[in-house]
Design a protein around this ligand. Sequence first.
Ligand code: ADP
Ligand code: ZN
Length: 220
Amino acid sequence: MGSSDPRLVLLGRQGAGKGTQSTRLAEHYGVMHVSTGDMFRTQAAQGTAFGLEAKRYMDAGELVPDEIVVGVIEESMVPGGPLGGGFVLDGFPRTLHQARELDRVISGDPLDLVIDLDVPREIVFDRIAGRRVCESCQRVYHVNLPPEKDWTCDTCGGDVRQRDDDTEEAVERRLELYERETVPIVQYYRALGLLILVDGVGEGDEVFERLVKVCVEQLS
Ligand code: ADP
Ligand code: ZN
């Protein structure tokens, strides 16, 4: 990597570990972690009109319409905003249209690398069913790996619970949408020479090491 902060995108199925790993990568590089899902959940919890609108789609396991998503991303371009410097994008772009809009929005300073965190469908299903998330800081836990004190977040003390959209039906729907809407982005970034596939199966630490290794190799 040169002197500037990396600009990364992490793609992967729901439950591939994108949230956890992109948070760690962002910390590792000292750049912003930008998750559109977290942005929507925060706004919904605050009860903003926009957040409540997004929540309707999220709870149904639908994608939030592109205009809304791109609007939020564009807002974060303001000087000092998350997309001003280096970043790890998590959950955006998720459609080909969003990928093209991202190119437009950051045209002056393009992406460095797009990582496809690969975990087979059968495995992610189990992971999502057991997933529990901190309502305040969005830290991800699992029923097999809970916080130290009864469902109180180790990081911030917030309530740790199951997300409204982690029901079986909603997950089915989101995985289907991933194949249909997001897989085409993989091809798009491959054609641009930005894509690298990383195996996301295994322990969190192990996967993180793989990611850092790939970044070191690719960003030099
Ligand atoms: P997951 O990857 O498990 O779906 P996220 O937290 O990334 O979890 O997103 C939760 C929900 O927020 C999605 O199911 C979708 O409704 C909405 N969402 C997040 N990012 C986007 C996006 N880039 N485009 C459309 N909808 C999005
Ligand atoms: Zn927390």
